[in-house]
Design a protein around this ligand. Structure first.
Ligand code: EPU
Length: 337
């Protein structure tokens, strides 16, 4: 039975730790409760689906219904074969899933260790780190249209995955609830070690001896050394995306600034936003109760703001400074509500 809470504080439910209130709130834990969702939703104009609130910035109270997806369960299929399928509930903590799979020697998720958030949020963002993106290992996801009650399974190819982007973030935003996700893992040792830090660490390791858990431990240590822990200081990971430039745009920026740091991806050139921010003199700066993190300026941290508006204003300042210097407009990665 679903209970609706009114005037609910979201402070503990978003990793920035912003004290915004939702006028209505429901905690969704049981698959059996999905049938009653459309009727409940029908009395609200605005609805916000949330996982662990690790990629969201509230700039004020939320006038509408917040649905917290905590649909659980992890099941494995085809465990006798080499290609194991794992099926996880949309509300499962992402890193718990990675941990269980690495422990069992089901490989594929290890590079995505310690990414905050839930399984259901992972396809929305097409989460990625250290050379792997969710789209590389996801088979399909099951969704429920919270207004019509229609269930639909999306195959990987139907999700229109892009860099931190998907059909769920655009066309179906806050309309489809991701109830569960299926991943294709393998017992084979086909690890992705192309990212510079992983390459350096494991270049002399016998790949047949290497395990997903060792990669996981290393990824965790890299992340812990660069990224602030939201339990200690509020943040939502990378605040901006890394801009992707065309060859001609890159040429124009190079002409003006000389040497640039960039990575060629397909026919695009990705410039690290962290580098642009650092070059704009904004690495590790503090302004009022917000600032950029010392080890990774792509991350905006909360030192105790009264409202998310302060963080939003600071993020605009970063955008403006980078634009003035490089003529590149940074796009936010975090969802601003
Ligand atoms: N850099 C700097 N100054 C810094 C830090 C980094 O110039 O202080 C430059 C360096 O050139 C470095 C490059 O940025 O080589 C890349 O840095 P890093 O490896 O830390 O990755 P990133 O591009 O900044 C992305 C993701 C992260 C993910 C890492 C690792 C985005 C927006 N961010 O960051 O994802 O963990 O790669 O794969 O794509 C997130 O999405 O919240 C997130 C943390």
């Amino acid at each position: 039975m679903i209970q609706i809470e009114e005037n609910k504080s979201l402070k503990e439910l978003n990793s920035f730790g912003i004290d915004a209130k939702a006028s209505a709130f429901l905690f969704l834990e049981e698959f059996a409760d999905l049938v009653s969702l459309p009727e409940i939703v029908s009395s609200f104009g605005a609805v916000q689906i949330m996982g662990e609130g690790s990629n969201i910035l509230f700039t004020g109270d939320y006038d509408g219904l917040v649905i917290l997806n905590r649909l659980g369960g992890i099941e494995f299929e085809n465990v006798e074969g080499d290609n194991v399928i794992v099926h996880a509930g949309g509300g499962v903590n992402w890193d718990d899933l990675v941990n269980v799979c690495c422990d069992k020697g089901y490989n594929g998720l290890e590079n995505l260790s310690l990414i905050p958030g839930t399984v259901g949020a992972a396809p929305v963002q097409n989460i990625g780190a250290y050379g792997v993106e969710l789209k590389d290992i996801m088979i399909s996801c099951d969704t429920l249209n919270i207004r019509t009650g229609e269930s639909r399974q999306f195959l990987n190819i139907e999700c229109e995955f892009g860099y931190r982007n998907s059909i769920f973030k655009r066309k179906y935003k806050n309309e489809l609830l991701i109830t569960s996700v299926k991943f294709k893992l393998t017992k084979e040792k086909s690890f992705i070690l192309s990212y510079r830090e992983l390459q350096e660490k494991f270049q002399h390791t016998d790949k047949e001896e290497l395990t997903a858990s060792e990669i996981r431990d290393f990824v965790k240590s890299v992340r812990e050394s660069k990224l602030p822990n939201p339990e200690e200081i509020g943040n939502a990971g990378s605040f901006f995306k890394n801009p992707e430039l065309t060859k001609s745009k890159l040429g124009r920026v190079q002409k003006k600034h000389g040497k640039l740091t960039f990575f060629k991806i397909g026919d695009k050139y990705k410039i690290p936003a962290a580098w642009l921010i650092e070059q704009s003199g904004l690495k590790g700066v503090r302004e009022g109760n917000t600032g950029t993190y010392i080890n990774q300026p792509l991350v905006i941290v909360n030192y105790g703001v009264e409202s998310g508006k302060e963080i939003q204003a600071f993020s605009k300042k970063i955008q403006n400074k980078v634009y003035e210097k490089f003529g590149i407009m940074l796009e936010t990665e975090v969802n601003i509500i």
